[in-house]
Design a binder for this molecule. Structure first.
Ligand code: RP5
Length: 165
């Protein structure tokens, strides 16, 4: 079974991350979630990342706000793919976390999604896992098809409403 880890810098991040948890459940990916902080629990965070491969994780999502170094410190301690979610949790509306997460130095990549982009982080993780688990690729294709159908029906609905004006 595919296995992913979701690390959040604080429990205050969780409400914005629920969508990621739901997405993993929909796709049948085994997910473990943790609260860990690059600044408040630096040793535990590094230790987790160092053991992540042995623990069976295949992809890691790290979500943090403010001076968000969580994804970076995890990526520095593992070669597993790390996806960073910059969280909107400060007076800077998440721009601080976006820049802290995305501007990694060469050699240590973090695949950064949009501010509060929990759903896309989960989907990107599932796309990465689908290289190994073809059943996930089929589910992703089905979901894209449904999305396309809902856009087509929205298009038809808008056209009908416009013609009635
Ligand atoms: C970051 O600081 C966390 O990821 C959170 O987004 C932000 C605020 O944390 P709390 O002060 O609410 O615990 O490390």
């Amino acid at each position: 079974m595919p296995k992913a880890a979701l690390i959040m810098g604080s429990k205050s991040d969780f409400p914005q991350l629920e969508k990621a948890v739901k997405t993993f459940k929909e796709y049948g990916v085994d997910l473990d979630a943790f609260v860990m902080s690059a600044h408040r629990t630096p040793d535990e965070t590094s230790a987790f990342a160092k053991c992540a491969e042995k623990s069976g994780y295949e992809v890691i999502i790290a979500a943090a706000g403010k001076a968000a170094h969580l994804a970076g410190i995890i990526a520095a301690n593992t070669v597993l793919p790390v996806i960073g979610i910059p969280m909107k949790s400060s007076t800077l509306d998440g721009l601080d976390a976006l820049l802290s997460t995305v501007q990694m130095p060469g050699g240590i990549p973090v695949a950064t999604v949009a501010i509060d982009g929990a759903e896309n982080a989960a989907l990107l993780a599932i796309e990465i896992l689908s290289v190994k688990y073809p059943e996930l690729r089929e589910k992703l294709k089905k979901a894209r098809k449904l999305m396309k159908e809902s856009v087509s029906s929205a298009d038809a609905e808008i056209k009908a409403r416009i013609s009635e004006l």
